[in-house]
Design a protein around this ligand. Structure first.
Ligand SMILES: [Zn+2]
Ligand SMILES: [Zn+2]
Length: 265
């Protein structure tokens, strides 16, 4: 039994819990597609496009030769340093940015609420994001929130959501809760969520119907990879996966070739 909640206009990574009689716990993950954008007349319109539309701009050096990654979080919700360092290496390995990748940390003020909708998250970004795409530098916004997703249920937890071409949220409060209650390594949870969602920002899998490998997308789980040990497999962040692995899943060769076809390394 799966609880499969799908939201239009967003990309969701979630845990799904299935309780059996003997309290056996199973968790899976899934995402839905984003095909919307905002801000035709907004001065930040370049950063308000649909998910996946800036994959080539982020991967290649054709228009943007550098990348700025803004990590935004309320006090006490900064991700682990190991997570940031490893994410930086992941980006360096895949992106062609000869003028560098810069991380900017912004401590933001967020309302004291227990849950947030993606609309509320978009509002916080609009008010408190400080880094936007300018000149030859493209900017990405990653918000680590101290609230849980409003879509969470007893058996389904959202870990992260990519929702614009250069925007994603990590439900840091939920990750810490899962880490504590399930005994999973927080670094592994943070890093896998970050890299998986960023994979969607990079257009995986076939998000804009322009990947080079036809048949590479899982026919049962749209925008996810059919290769079971790939970072972009729909269950890459499942409890069962976390129990078996001690490191973040890698991108398989098909996903890497899709990124390379758009200018990545
Ligand atoms: Zn996903
Ligand atoms: Zn893959």
């Amino acid at each position: 039994m799966f609880v499969n909640i799908q939201f239009k206009n967003m990309k969701i990574l979630k845990f799904k819990y299935l309780f059996l009689i003997i309290s056996f716990l199973f968790i899976a993950s899934s995402c839905s597609s984003d095909d919307d954008s905002d801000g035709e007349n907004n001065p930040h319109a370049e950063n308000l496009k649909s998910l996946g539309t800036s994959a080539g701009d982020i991967l290649s050096e054709n228009i943007y030769t550098s990348l700025t990654v803004e990590l935004a979080f309320p006090e006490g919700f900064r991700p682990l340093q190991e997570t940031i360092d490893t994410f930086s290496l992941f980006l360096e390995e895949r992106l062609n940015k000869p003028d560098g990748i810069l991380f900017v940390e912004t401590e933001i003020i967020t309302p004291s609420v227990s849950t947030q909708t993606i609309s509320e998250i978009r509002e916080i970004e609009a008010e408190q994001r400080t880094q936007y795409t300018v000149g030859s530098d493209i900017a990405v916004f990653i918000y680590f929130t101290n609230a849980k997703s409003d879509s969470d249920t007893e058996i389904s937890k959202t870990l992260g959501t990519a929702y614009y071409n250069t925007s994603m949220v990590v439900f840091e409060k939920t990750l810490r809760s899962v880490s504590t209650t399930q005994g999973f390594d927080l670094f592994l949870l943070e890093e896998t969520t970050l890299q998986h969602e960023f994979g969607h920002v990079l257009g995986l899998v076939d998000l804009r119907d322009d990947d080079i490998h036809e048949g590479h997308e899982d026919p049962l789980h749209s925008n996810h990879c059919i290769v079971q040990n790939c970072l972009m497999y729909y269950e890459s962040n499942s409890t069962q996966a976390f129990r078996k692995i001690s490191s973040v899943p890698l991108l398989d060769p098909l996903c890497i070739e899709d990124l390379q076809a758009k200018g990545g390394k």
